[in-house]
Design a protein. Structure first.
Lengths: 257, 299
């Protein structure tokens, strides 16, 4: 059964237990951090993902000064249903597994970095020293043992709930019907981590994406590419015809003189 | 700010990859429709294609930086066909390498003319696909909206053909100067100043057309707002400006005035053309570098 995680941001208190649990389980080193340079995110620490940080909690100030509000948004790989990273990967080092996680097989990776540029959510990070990609694994090894991902287990408020994909999508759809905002139901064809929030995701710094899957995205570009080619070709033929006609006219007028 | 996973080495790879494809396209067209008048250009284009692919391979290996750890690991890039654009490109450029090598052998041993021309048709398609791949590779990257444009691959195709032609014409005197024995007919052409000037003048006519198309594509990208950000990116904007002025507009002016042959001696025509071709090459590289870097900075 395909697993999914429902991330209900209306419940998050920003305790960062998920951040710590992820570091512990994945044996990620502690690194000196700094506050985020963006004033709207200044209490976000660490400021973003890195090879040593698979997840972090974004502290977002919303509202005006009189009604200042905080929203805490956990960021990690969304484990897309049809991942752009895995589609782009030339070596199949990144693959989508049947039970949900997008996993990385470093023995196949050549370090080309295409996944970094292909990911719609800017998730994979390159470890320059080890020449490997680092990103959230969905604790795939824990899932195989019927355990929750480390972050889900550590969450004290049930912001993170491990469930199956159908259940997560149904609950998110119900939340949408109640007027809440969702992320991951439609974006890039859907993801295995689906968010619910009272605040629009554009205000939380989540990128806006259409529901196009990698195949649809590529097909759309290819058709436009072909269309552009036809236009350029047509323009060139018209130009050549005009040039040939003009030469003929000039030759005729010179002949008549 | 996002990290730059693709730097100057990859920009250079995309540049030489495009040049490899473009040079073979020009070489094939010159061979198929040149009626033996442009056989040296065709020959030179084939050599440029092979040299560019080899240089590209070295650049790629250096960029990946894993050769000492896993020298054959790069072969894994053939695995994900046809889903990954990078794998598709790897197969296409490999096929182009084989076709270009076979064509080069046919040129060196001066035989199998019909087979060479037939191979030229296949090579033309592979060359076009190689240059297109370098653009589509970027356009398909969903995380970099700056690259998501159907015009970008066409810009790279035209630039690939332009730089391929420029490099092919530059290589003829370079080989004559440094390894004249490798291709005596290059030396014959260079020494026949009038004929060499004729080849250059005809080539400049195509250079003119290609630059007009490339400028048109760049203008469309700016007007549609796609390249708009390039006008406000500090150092990158300066490089973009240099690309447009020195890499396109100046060679365009040269290509135009080369048609007014009565005012310029044949030797001067050759010299000015060579300088213009160097500028085209510099511009072609700057285009790749600016696009590659800007795409990773603008999210």
């Amino acid at each position: 059964m395909t697993k999914a995680v429902l991330v209900d941001l209306t419940r998050c208190i920003g305790c960062k237990a998920c951040q710590v649990a992820c570091k512990r389980w994945n044996d990620r080193e502690a690194t000196p951090t700094e506050l985020n340079s963006d004033p709207q995110l200044e209490w976000t620490n660490p400021p973003g993902l890195s090879p040593q940080t698979y997840t972090y909690v974004r502290f977002v100030k919303t509202g005006s000064q009189d009604s200042l509000n905080w929203t805490f948004a956990k960021i990690q790989c969304n484990h897309c249903l049809q991942p752009h990273c895995a589609t782009a990967c030339p070596t199949t080092a990144l693959i989508k597994t049947e039970n949900g996680p997008v996993i990385y097989r470093k023995e196949l990776c050549i370090g080309c970095g295409y996944c970094i540029n292909a990911c719609p959510f800017d998730i994979p990070k390159f470890d320059e020293e080890k020449k490997v990609i680092e990103k959230c694994t969905f604790c795939s090894e824990r899932l195989l043992e019927n355990m929750e991902p480390a972050c889900v287990q550590a969450c004290p408020t049930d912001t993170l709930v491990l469930t199956n994909l159908e259940d997560a999508r149904r609950k998110a759809t119900e939340a949408e019907a109640r007027g809440l905002h969702t992320y991951g139901l439609h974006e890039v064809g859907g993801t295995s981590w689906i968010y619910i929030s009272e605040v629009p995701f554009s205000e939380l710094g989540f990128p806006s994406h259409s529901n196009a899957t990698p195949a649809a995205h590529q097909l759309d570009l290819l058709s436009k590419f072909a269309g552009t080619g036809l236009f350029i070709g047509g323009a060139m033929l018209a130009g050549l015809k005009f040039y040939a006609q003009r030469r003929e006219d000039v030759a005729k007028s010179e002949g008549s003189e | 700010m996002t990290e730059l996973s693709w730097g100057i080495l990859l920009a250079a790879y995309i540049f030489v990859g495009g040049m490899a494809g473009g040079a073979f396209m020009i070489a094939a067209l010159a061979d198929l429709f040149g009626k033996e008048k442009y056989r040296e250009l065709s020959k030179s284009g084939t050599y440029v294609s092979i040299i560019s692919i080899l240089v590209g391979l070295v650049l790629l290996v250096l960029d990946l930086g894993r050769f000492e750890v896993d020298p054959l690991g790069i072969l894994n890039a053939f695995r994900h066909f046809p889903t990954s654009m990078m794998t598709v490109g790897t197969w296409i450029i490999s096929a182009l390498t084989i076709v270009a090598l076979m064509t080069a052998l046919m040129w060196i041993f001066e035989g199998l003319t019909i087979a060479r021309k037939l191979l030229g048709i296949v090579g033309f398609i592979l060359g076009g696909s190689t240059t297109a791949y370098t653009g589509l590779l970027l356009a398909f990257a969903r995380g970099r909206p700056f690259w998501t444009s159907p015009f970008l691959p066409w810009t790279f195709i035209v630039s690939g053909a332009l730089t391929g032609l420029a490099m092919s014409l530059l290589l003829i005197p370079v080989i004559t100067l440094f390894v004249p024995r490798f291709s005596p007919d290059f030396k014959t052409l260079v020494n026949d100043k009038q004929r060499f000037a004729n080849v250059l003048i005809t080539s400049q006519r195509y250079v003119f057309i290609m630059i007009i198309i490339e400028l048109g594509l760049v203008l469309i990208e700016i007007l549609t707002g796609h390249f708009g950000a390039l006008l406000n990116l500090g150092g990158l904007s300066i490089l973009f400006f240099i690309y447009v002025t020195l890499g396109l507009l100046l060679p365009l002016a040269v290509a135009y005035f080369m048609q007014k042959t009565e005012y310029i001696s044949v030797v001067m025509q050759a010299r000015i053309s060579m300088i213009s071709f160097v500028l085209i090459l510099v511009g072609g590289f700057l285009l790749r570098y600016v696009i590659l870097t800007a795409g990773q900075l603008i999210l």
